[in-house]
Design a protein around this ligand. Structure first.
Ligand SMILES: C[N+](C)(C)CCCC[C@H](N)C(=O)O
Length: 264
């Protein structure tokens, strides 16, 4: 199994993250002052996503990444490979994402005057407390909603990227850096726009602890959120998700493509 896509995915995920960090910091009210936790998590997750995507395409079309501009895979294959990458990365993303959401939420409530001291002292303490209080399976709370969010939307992510690249470089040439930046940015925005409703549901399910199991499942969470807050609830965070998605994914794809071209 070729591994360079995993390495390129690792590095490009970390670079994308550096750009996304100010947005995440706004979202998290400055909780992640250090960058080591997000770097470690996003880089590993992105490495799995791009590595599995590329190797699935190799299995489906028998073309390596060097051959794919001259012999472009069909959009159906791109979609299946993207969904596969999305599905597999969830198992790594789920615990990291849960910790992020729990820390984010406690920072938000801490901002209110007279609120109790924070329950978790940081990412490691948060992981250890969840394991202790909810068992190791507690680290995967909300993973099903995350799977539903990421599997189709990462298929859409790679199809959007490929489609935009092929519009400006139709003759089997490598797309220019400007094209890669724009295509990567719009791939990020499109997939985040589609993912936002399930992102809202996923975060709500992750916040439900074992003692207050508020939802019976994804559908129950959707129905109750819509009933109580109206359909607008499914678009919460859409603007910040899109604003963050453009630079993060532009840089992720640019560095990914350049690293792979550079390694031959
Ligand atoms: C599928 N969904 C849109 C949810 C995520 C796309 C992930 C792409 C990139 N790691 C980022 O953080 O933007």
């Amino acid at each position: 199994m070729p591994v360079e896509e995993f390495v390129a995915g690792w590095i490009s995920g970390a670079l994308g993250l550096v750009l996304g960090h100010p947005f995440d910091t706004v979202k998290l009210l400055g909780f992640f002052k250090g960058m080591s936790f997000p770097i470690a998590s996003i880089a590993v997750v992105n490495s799995i996503l791009f590595g599995v995507y590329s190797n699935t395409l190799l299995a489906l079309t028998a073309t390596s990444h060097q051959e794919r501009r001259a012999q472009p895979p069909s959009y159906r294959h791109v979609f299946i490979a993207g969904c596969t990458g999305g599905f597999v990365q969830v198992y790594c993303l789920a615990p990291f994402d849960l910790i992020k959401v729990r820390l984010q939420n406690q920072t938000e409530s801490r901002a209110r005057p007279g609120s109790p001291p924070p329950r978790y002292r940081g990412p490691v303490h948060c992981a250890a407390s969840i394991c202790q209080e909810e068992g190791p399976r507690g680290l995967f709370r909300g993973a099903w909603a995350l799977t539903l969010r990421d599997t189709p939307t990462l298929g859409i992510y790679f199809v959007t990227y490929e489609w935009l690249c092929r519009q400006s470089a139709p003759d089997g040439q490598n797309p220019s850096s400007a094209t890669v930046l724009v295509a990567g940015g719009f791939a990020g925005i499109t997939s985040w726009a589609v993912a936002t409703p399930l992102d809202v549901i996923k975060s709500r399910m992750q916040m439900a602890g074992p003692k207050h199991r508020v939802y019976r499942g994804v559908l129950d969470c959707m129905a109750r959120s819509a009933r109580q807050e109206g359909l607008g609830v499914f678009f919460r965070g859409l603007t910040i998700n899109s604003a963050r998605a453009f630079p993060v994914n532009a840089v992720t794809f640019l560095s990914y493509e350049h690293l792979l071209r550079w390694w031959g």
